[in-house]
Write a protein of this length. Structure first.
Length: 256
């Protein structure tokens, strides 16, 4: 919308300049031009008329041309600089992921392998809950969120996951708040970032958004459809009940 508005102004300003000059001429000399009987005087009159328009409009249009060139150069430089910042942030995030190191069963797991361990440990905690066949999918989801909250806050995993999600949040916030990217470009860059996320990372992102710590992330999840490919079936390794429900997909759709 903003881009279309700027294009309109490019046409409106010159048209308005011509209108103002024409109005000024007509207010002084009237709306008719008397045609002299002498052809040479007629040529001279129209020559003076053209000089009037050219003398006033040429400097105005030249100034507008220079201003437009300066504006688009500035916009291009700003957009290039913001792209550079964004891709540096994406590169930094990749380093944060590769720098995560988690020990499990005496083995050291780093990078995306650590997220498999996060997922496995959360599942094991969830499986320890008392089984109640009467529980609805919504109740099971609430239990899963409580398990994740305990895992996140009470088992020192916040030092890994907190840093990870804060940086990811900042990347999407930077895209969303940009004043130089168009809406189409914002969606494109958001898709580039989303493509870097594994399914397990997206599952944990959903669970993290259910915590108070991650509530602000929800608006970017919805704005950029970050969890487009995540549905309830992705959580059936925790509980088979999720595979036939729509509680998680509906929950994501309700975020604003």
């Amino acid at each position: 919308m903003k881009k279309t508005s700027k294009k309109n102004w490019i046409l409106i300003i010159p048209a308005a300049s011509i209108a103002v000059v024409s109005w000024q001429y007509m207010s002084v000399f009237g709306t008719t031009i008397a045609t002299p009987t002498d052809i040479e005087k007629g040529y001279a009159a129209f020559g003076q008329f053209g000089d009037y328009f050219g003398g006033l409009l040429n400097p105005i249009l030249a100034f507008l041309n220079i201003a437009l060139i300066a504006y688009y150069q500035q916009t291009s430089v700003a957009k290039s600089a913001e792209k550079d910042v964004l891709f540096r942030m994406i590169d930094s995030h990749a380093k944060i992921v590769s720098g995560i190191e988690l020990k499990s069963n005496g083995e050291s797991n780093s990078g995306l392998r650590a997220f498999w361990i996060f997922d496995s440990e959360i599942k094991e905690r969830y499986k320890q809950l008392p089984l109640n066949l009467q529980d609805t999918a919504s109740k099971k989801l609430n239990d899963l969120v409580q398990v994740y909250s305990s895992y996140y806050h009470d088992s020192y995993k916040k030092q890994y996951l907190g840093h990870y999600f804060r940086n990811l949040y900042l990347i999407f916030k930077t895209i969303h708040m940009s004043e130089v990217f168009s809406e189409e470009e914002k969606q494109h860059f958001a898709k580039v970032v989303r493509a870097q996320l594994s399914h397990i990372e997206q599952k944990l992102l959903y669970l993290n958004c259910k915590l108070d710590d991650g509530r602000e992330f929800r608006k970017y999840v919805r704005a950029f459809n970050i969890l487009e490919w995540i549905d309830d079936k992705e959580f059936d390794n925790y509980d088979i009940a999720f595979s036939t429900s729509n509680v998680i997909k509906a929950d994501i759709a309700s975020w604003s």
